[in-house]
Design a protein around this ligand. Structure first.
Ligand code: NAP
Length: 250
């Protein structure tokens, strides 16, 4: 059988790059989608140096036509995509009274509209294949987080979207799940530290003190969970939100 083809969005760095690299290690051909094709050069080089197959595609996941073109390009160049990891994300944190319309719309567009557009484009190939895996990145912020009304609403919305797709697509052999990470050390959390004027190492130490396993998460922690959910053996796990946060969340 040909290798399965996966698409990972926001794959240039952070969690997306780790997920793409891990899925390639698992034997999948991987399309790395990000705003700028060139920005995926490093993870693509890592994957191909290890003998894997990778394709970088530039796309804004909130642009409907661009998403459809990008997914078709993956199908043409790598084969029909049947694994999708919706990971692209941005932050526009602010307390409600300071949150602008742009802050709200930008976060909704990338997280919620992007996840919707990508899933709709990829399900065509998954339903034809009668097999598929969709993994959506939510967050512990879905449970509420000061300064993140936009992000928390989008990440909670992703959980409802995930459960609904699981119900609609299950009969086609497609599972749909969400991973809700806690604090993961990436450029995103480094930017949050910078925004509040904290040194990133001190910021991580303070966060680790609140986490039962005593450390912050790594992109590989999330990649490991995505690998499980994308795998052949996870076919009876669907509509779930897995909190990967070093301790219990609900
Ligand atoms: P990151 O380091 O900021 O990486 C996000 C990637 O998404 C970047 O490469 C970014 O591209 C890309 N991106 C942004 N907007 C896009 C768009 N419209 N179309 C395509 N790509 C786009 O973030 P991360 O920490 O790895 O987070 C990845 C996901 O996990 C996000 O959904 C985030 O909300 C979620 N998450 C993260 C944490 C955490 O602690 N880090 C916790 C919970 C959930 P540019 O570089 O060009 O902007």
């Amino acid at each position: 059988m040909d290798a399965r083809v996966a698409i990972v969005t926001g794959a240039a760095r952070g969690i997306g790059a780790a997920v793409a690299t891990r899925l390639a290690q698992d034997g999948l051909a991987v399309a790395l989608l990000d705003l700028d094709e060139e920005s995926c050069a490093a993870p693509v080089a890592t994957i191909t140096a290890a003998g894997g197959k990778a394709l970088a595609v530039g796309v804004d996941v909130s642009d409907s036509d661009a998403v459809d073109r990008a997914v078709q390009r993956v199908a043409d160049e790598l084969g029909a995509p049947t694994v999708l990891v919706n990971n692209a994300g941005i932050l526009r944190d602010n307390l409600l009274f300071k949150m602008t319309n742009d802050d709200w719309d930008a976060v909704m567009n990338v997280h919620l509209r992007g996840t919707f557009l990508m899933s709709r484009a990829v399900q065509k190939f998954q339903t034809e294949a009668k097999w598929g895996r969709i993994v959506n990145l939510s967050s512990t912020s879905a449970l509420g987080n000061r300064g993140q009304a936009n992000y928390a609403a989008a990440k909670a919305g992703i959980q409802g979207f995930t459960k609904t797709l699981a119900i609609e697509l299950g009969k086609f052999g497609i599972t749909v799940n969400a991973i809700a990470p806690g604090f993961i050390a990436t450029d995103m959390t480094a930017a949050t530290a910078a925004r509040v004027g904290a040194d990133f190492e001190d910021f991580k130490k303070a966060a680790a003190m609140m986490i039962p396993v005593g450390r912050v998460g790594t992109p590989e922690d999330i990649a490991h969970t995505a690998s499980f959910l994308a795998g052949e053996g996870a076919g009876f796990v669907s509509g779930q939100v897995i909190y990967v946060a070093g301790g219990p969340k609900d």
